[in-house]
Every structure is written in C-alpha cells, then in structure tokens.
Design a protein around this ligand. Sequence first.
Ligand SMILES: OC[C@H]1O[C@H](O)[C@H](O)[C@@H]1O
Length: 277
Amino acid sequence: MMGPARPRKGETVTGTSWHPKSGGKGGNQAVSSARTGIATSMIGAVADDEFGRFLIENLDRKNVDHTFVRRDASHSTGMSVAIFDAEGDYGAVIVSGSNLTLGDGDVAAARDLLDRTTLLVLQSEIPDAANVAAARAVKRAGGRILINAAPARPLSVDLQCLVDIIVVNAIEAEMLTGLPVVETLDGALQAAKTLANVFPEVVVTAGGAGAAFVNREGDEILIEAVKVDTRSTHGAGDEFIGVLAAEIASGKTMADALQKANMAAAKLVSTPEKDRV
Ligand SMILES: OC[C@H]1O[C@H](O)[C@H](O)[C@@H]1O
C-alpha cells in the first residue's frame, strides 16, 4: 500500500494505491537468482489456496524450479503487508503460515537436489531447524551455505557453524552483534569485522550508503551504493542477495559479485513497485 506517510499509532492514512505482488524473501531471492540465467531451485511450502497458486505461478514464469515447494493443507500461505511512504521506505508485517511447517521431511524429499547444490541460500522466514537440516545436507555433499539472516532473529549455534557467507543489513547486524550499527560504509565495515569473528565471510549492507565485505583472512571490500532516485526500497535486499548468490555460484570473485548485486539492487529501488516484473 502506498501513502504519503506511514501511519503513526492510532492514525489512519489515506493511501494512493495498492497492489498484490509475489514475495517471501526466499521466493524473491530465487527469482533474482534465476534472472541472471543460473539454474535455481526453491524448497518451500505454500498452502493450497489462491495465494499459494499465485506464488507458484510466479516461480514458474520466472524459471525457478519449484518441484520441492510443497502444498500444505493445514495452514494459510505466508503473507506480508507492506506500507510505503512517499520516500519509498516501508514498514511491514509478515505472517509465516505454511513456511513454519518446513522441516526434515522437506529436506529428505529434496535430497538429490541438495546433493547437487553448489550454493544454498537460506533466510530466516522458515524454522531454524529446517535451515540446519538443509545446510547439513548441502555441506555433506561439498556445497556452500549463504544465509541472509532476515528478518532479524538470533541464529542457533548449530546453524552458525554451518554458514560460509552471511549477508545482513544494519538492523540484523545490530541484533547479531548486540552493538549499535550506523548505516554508513564505515558502520557496515565495523559490524562486518565483528561478525567475521563468527562467520568466515560477511557482507553488511548499509542501505543508501553501500555494503562492506570482510572475511576471516582480513580481506575487505567496500562497495558504494549507486545513487538513484529511490522509488521503493522494498525487496532491494532480496534482489541484492539473489544476484550475489548467483554470481558467486557461477564462479565470480566476491568483488565482482558484489558489484553486480549492487547494480541490480540500485535498478530495483529506482523502479516503481507497479513497474516491477
Ligand atoms: O524482503 C521483502 C519480502 O519479505 C517479506 O517476506 C515479503 O514477502 C517481501 O516480499
């Protein structure tokens, strides 16, 4: 929903437009990855309702293999409502629904796929235990794990130990480090250095400032955001992660992958919601 401002407590704001769109962090990231041309599969769950069908049709149209997106009869499809202001910033509420049913059975069903996976992308809209099970399967077969620890919530130690690359924004970095993170390139760099005590490779994004990468060997990369006319920041992180993961999986250097992801996110934020495909 678009409006001049986001509502304050008790306030009703008259908006200008609304439209339904496909989402879920995993779904968005898979679509962004597939758009680069790399083979992309998704494991997930939707309900057997019109929203579930809408999401599956979107994956189909965008060339994401959804063989292992299960139809769950016992919950509704995950849903989020985002409210945008005139600057393109937003606040959102998500209801996880069928996403919370993901677990060992889904990982077992997708075993052949996970054995062939070179880079598994995880996010925190599904249970931590499901992420751990999928990550273990991929690691056993020699693949790597990238986690987008979003929405912000703690990660289990089991999961932390399996992660090769973590990507977080300033809010998520604050939650994981327990330290305030300033949304500047230097703030992102400092947070990335702290997180590199736990994770081998770290990317911290800093919104309109850019992103910082640090690894355990002490390598650092700073990427300045491309200055664009921001229409909506919704889904920018997902676009960044989907493209970053695809570029890493296709063998690009981290510096090149970050540049590609940065450009893709800039293009997305400068595209009005209604014009996004
Ligand atoms: O990152 C944005 C996405 O997160 C939420 O889950 C929404 O579905 C939205 O598409």
